[in-house]
Design a binder for this molecule. Structure first.
Ligand code: GLN
Length: 248
């Protein structure tokens, strides 16, 4: 299982969000604390962030190598700030390719998406075949296929939160053993699902380090502000408001 994280709020540096927290995404790449499947997340990492003053589409930096070994990312992470960030570290599922195009976040238009989990390859094919106008997945990795399913619906005008809920429920029905923790954002709203793995969130209301909402596979520190999301829920976070609803 991979680990992922999203932030929406006052601009913070990528380093402050991902590298500096004691148990943040950087440390989770070799020492995750709550990962239920797999041990380390060394098969790649990716970060997407928004610069709305420049363009609506996010920038994405992905590598098929561990976050800890990327000196270029270490350098740029201290100088890039954003009010909306989505990042992931990857532990590739057996049989899935290790390549940049299989690494989250996947992106289409102004949306970023990450998947923590797995789904049977034959089911992915079935789900794509059911879509009336599917986008071509970037990779044969299960996460890339799920991203294509979500992006195909969004391209037809569907709502982000409803789409995440629908795709998770439909994929979960087609493969009862699937694990489907998705995390997505359009630059202002974060949408996440719990379906087989861990997820937590916290609302930071103070100016330091910056007001906003963080949603992550696991807490980046031991602060009591983190709240665990129960399984089979949809979380929608916007500004300093979080809503949870059941997916079953
Ligand atoms: N199945 C996805 C992949 O291979 C996600 C893996 C995970 O959550 N560890 O990338």
């Amino acid at each position: 299982m991979c680990r992922h994280l999203a932030w929406t709020g006052q601009p913070r540096s990528l380093s402050a969000l991902l590298r500096e927290p004691e148990n943040g995404l950087l440390r989770q790449s070799w020492a995750p604390r709550r990962m239920r499947h797999g041990t380390i997340n060394a098969d790649g990492f990716g970060v997407g962030w928004y610069a709305p003053e420049v363009r609506p589409e996010p920038a994405v930096y992905r590598r098929a190598t561990p976050m800890w070994g990327d000196a270029t990312f270490t350098s740029l992470s201290g100088a890039v700030t954003s009010g909306c960030v989505l990042a992931a570290v990857r532990s590739a599922t057996a049989g899935m390719p290790v390549e940049e195009s299989a690494t989250a976040p996947f992106t289409s238009g102004d949306v970023l998406l990450s998947h923590n989990g797995r789904i049977r390859p034959d089911v992915m094919g079935q789900l794509l075949a059911k879509d009336p106008d599917p986008l071509v997945p970037e990779s044969r990795c299960d996460s890339a296929v799920l991203a294509a399913l979500v992006f195909s619906r969004l391209a037809r005008g569907a709502d982000l939160a409803e789409t995440i809920a629908d795709v998770v429920v439909e994929a979960g029905a087609a493969d009862p053993a699937a694990r489907l923790n998705l995390l997505a954002t359009d630059g202002t709203t974060i949408v996440g699902s719990t379906w087989g793995d861990t997820l937590s969130y916290r609302i930071l209301a103070t100016a330091t380090p910056g007001a906003g909402t963080e949603v992550a596979s696991e807490p980046g520190d031991d602060d009591s502000s983190w709240i665990d999301v129960p399984d089979r829920r949809l979380i929608v976070a916007r500004d300093l408001t979080v809503t949870l609803r059941s997916l079953t």
